[in-house]
Design a protein around this ligand. Structure first.
Ligand SMILES: [Fe+2]
Length: 199
């Protein structure tokens, strides 16, 4: 008979795999963004994501287990979709809105997962694990809110094509589709566009 602890450890392994995939994917998403503020937000969340991997290792330890990942199919799918949308909208004024939507889908998945893990850790009486998971949950919520702020602060408006206020100065005045270094695609130079984010 499987127990709540089995369920907890299964989901924990899922998120351990998801976070490691995100550590590999976020730098590529940042490169694909043309909004400097969005690039900065993604890179800042990359640092937090690296911290999530470490915190999850501590959660495993708090349960007396060795860290173990289990392929997170949801994250693989979300990152593949993000890769596809980044490729489809490369050079478009809507590229930043597209990347924000892809990133927010990942954040919402993480918020749902960590919300459950935090509750379960509490039910299982492991306060150390519950505390670590709550810290991660709060950081995912903050990351999601900062993406909403960027969308409302200009990136969605820019997606309409009439403004370049969030783009690098060098790109101002160029027609949509030639937006400076932001026009570099995810996976540029690697020839592996289809799997660049999902890895
Ligand atoms: Fe995370």
């Amino acid at each position: 008979m499987k127990t709540l602890e089995d369920l907890f450890l299964d989901e924990l392994a899922d998120m351990y795999d998801a976070e490691q995939r995100l550590v590999r994917a976020l730098p590529k998403m940042a490169k694909a963004a043309t909004s400097p503020a969005l690039q900065a937000a993604i890179r800042s969340h990359l640092k937090e994501t690296e911290g999530h991997v470490t915190k999850l290792e501590k959660v495993f330890k708090a349960f007396g287990k060795k860290p173990k990942g289990k392929k997170c199919e949801a994250t693989v799918g979300l990152l593949e979709e993000g890769d596809e949308i980044a490729s489809d909208f490369k050079g478009s004024p809507a590229i930043n809105a597209a990347l924000i939507s892809a990133a927010q889908k990942v954040e919402h998945y993480e918020i749902a997962s960590y919300g459950c893990l935090h509750e379960w850790a509490g039910l299982l009486g492991n306060e150390t694990a519950a505390g670590l998971l709550l810290t991660i949950l709060d950081e995912e919520k903050a990351a999601n809110e900062s993406l909403t702020g960027l969308a409302r602060g200009g990136d969605n408006q820019n997606a309409l094509g009439g403004s370049h206020e969030n783009e690098p100065e060098s790109s101002a005045g160029k027609r949509p589709g030639t937006v400076g270094r932001g026009s570099r695609t995810i996976g540029a130079g690697g020839g592996s566009r289809d799997r660049a984010i999902a890895d």
